[in-house]
Design a protein around this ligand. Structure first.
Ligand code: URA
Length: 432
């Protein structure tokens, strides 16, 4: 291992047997954390060549169960987001695309740092579980055309262990590591085609479009080597997506969106990503036709029905979905009032994400227990006018001690000026 650390430190390319020694050795507990940390730091500075990244990805993918979906007819699609604030897209997109007859095989994660996670959101629905065996995952896909599972000890354990170490050694933000981490999980779940929502901006890992494009290309290259189609959609994460940030509160907004009453940005993103998924599955040939199919599925109620089917199938109480007021949103709320009149010119996603963690919607430490009812409703977003003393946002929490700090963080995330800002683009680039 010392020789391999030095080889990467000197910027050289590692062979498959060398990478296998590292991945298998670390998962088996034969390589200690301090050596793996040194290796990751060497890799952080020197990156990996495309072939090396693909090999590293495949080795991680094969470190646990690999799901074979070939017994299911049609092109199976998956979607992944690199992580954002208020990003409840999966809750809408997965049932929406499944309602179009395209099997959606989805592995999803928990919140990381200031970003939320789909598992935490889904678990706000009483009884809902993302834990399932490989057999059950396939059976559900066959039965209702959609299954959403969480990463467990059996699925890509190498990524689980390496990610935990990256998280505490300052080695998360390197493109070949991010690309291999995401793609190993996507490939292990067996989908034929994958749409990656690459978040760009203040609340995302990728701070600009150039970095995001490079990441998209790396993931496409891995997909190509492994015989899967990958489309990257770079989207803005300068401000949170939609108006709700948290868990139960985001489920409520997702339900509204599935019924056609969601916020414009979230709805537009779901149509864009969903249309890419339909194109990848050859359901239709143009983006406009794909969007029309999706709109029809929302208007007819079929997408919402598919969501209810998913919740029921995975143990959730459909009552909570049919009556979203029953969702456990905290009864204790505090308005954050605007200190002046003007237009919101900036609303930093990172600051809003931190506020929601402070309120209890995310984890401050690995051991933290999430409060599903905690969260934020943003009355005002970029471009909207506000009067002095009017609520900018409402915070929900059971932790009264957190309110003072949370209010401070949230007010810092807002910038209010006297002139209306130019409209910002949500969809920045498609990497096809
Ligand atoms: N999400 C992942 O799954 N892995 C990374 O490395 C970064 C974001």
């Amino acid at each position: 291992m010392v020789e391999l650390i030095a080889k990467k430190r000197d910027g050289k390319e590692l062979t498959k047997p060398e990478l296998k020694h590292i991945v298998d050795g670390f998962v088996a507990g034969k390589i200690p954390d301090y050596q793996m940390s040194a290796f990751l730091m060497a890799l952080y500075f020197n990156g990996m060549k495309p072939k090396e990244t693909a090999t590293f990805t495949e080795l991680m993918m094969r470190s646990g169960d690999v799901i074979d979906l070939s017994s299911i007819k049609g092109i199976k699609v998956d979607k992944h987001s690199t992580g954002g604030v208020g990003d409840k897209t999966t809750l809408i997109l997965a049932p929406l695309v499944a309602a179009a007859g395209v099997p959606v095989a989805k592995m999803t994660g928990r919140g990381l740092g200031h970003t939320g996670g789909t598992i935490d959101k889904l678990e706000a629905i009483k009884g809902m579980s993302v834990e399932m065996s490989k057999k059950k995952f396939i059976a559900r896909l066959k039965k209702i055309g959609i299954a959403v599972c969480g990463q467990n000890e059996k699925l890509v354990p190498a990524d689980k262990q390496i990610y935990a170490l990256r998280d505490v050694t300052g080695t998360v933000k390197e493109n070949s590591l991010i690309a291999s981490s995401i793609m190993s999980k996507k490939l292990a779940c067996g989908a034929d085609a994958i749409v990656i929502d690459i978040k760009v901006g203040d609340g995302a890992f990728m701070k600009n479009l150039k970095e995001a494009t490079q990441l998209g290309r790396e993931m496409q290259a891995i997909g190509k080597q492994m015989g899967r189609k990958v489309i990257g959609v770079c989207t803005s994460m300068d401000q949170p997506l939609g108006r709700s940030v948290g868990n139960a509160i985001e489920v409520k907004e997702a339900i509204e969106t599935l019924k056609g009453n969601g916020p414009a940005d979230l709805t537009a993103l779901c149509y864009q990503l969903g249309a890419q998924m339909l194109l990848l599955s050859y359901k239709t040939k143009t983006i406009d036709k794909a969007k029309a199919i999706l709109k029809d599925l929302i208007d007819s109620g079929k997408a919402f029905e598919k969501f209810k089917q998913l919740v029921k199938e995975q143990g959730g109480d459909v009552n909570f979905v049919e009556n979203p007021d029953k969702l456990p949103i905290s009864k204790h709320s505090v308005d954050v009032l605007s200190p002046k009149s003007g237009y919101v010119t900036d609303l930093k996603a990172f600051g809003v994400g931190l506020t929601s963690v402070k309120l209890g919607a995310g984890r401050e430490t690995k051991a933290s227990v999430i409060d599903p009812g905690a969260g934020i409703y943003l009355h005002k977003k970029i471009g909207e006018q506000v009067k002095k003393g009017e609520p900018l946002a409402t915070m929900y929490t059971q932790n009264k001690k957190a309110i003072k700090k949370a209010k401070e963080l949230l007010l810092n995330a807002y910038t209010i000026k006297s002139t209306k800002p130019r409209k910002k683009k949500l969809i920045l680039k498609i990497i096809d």
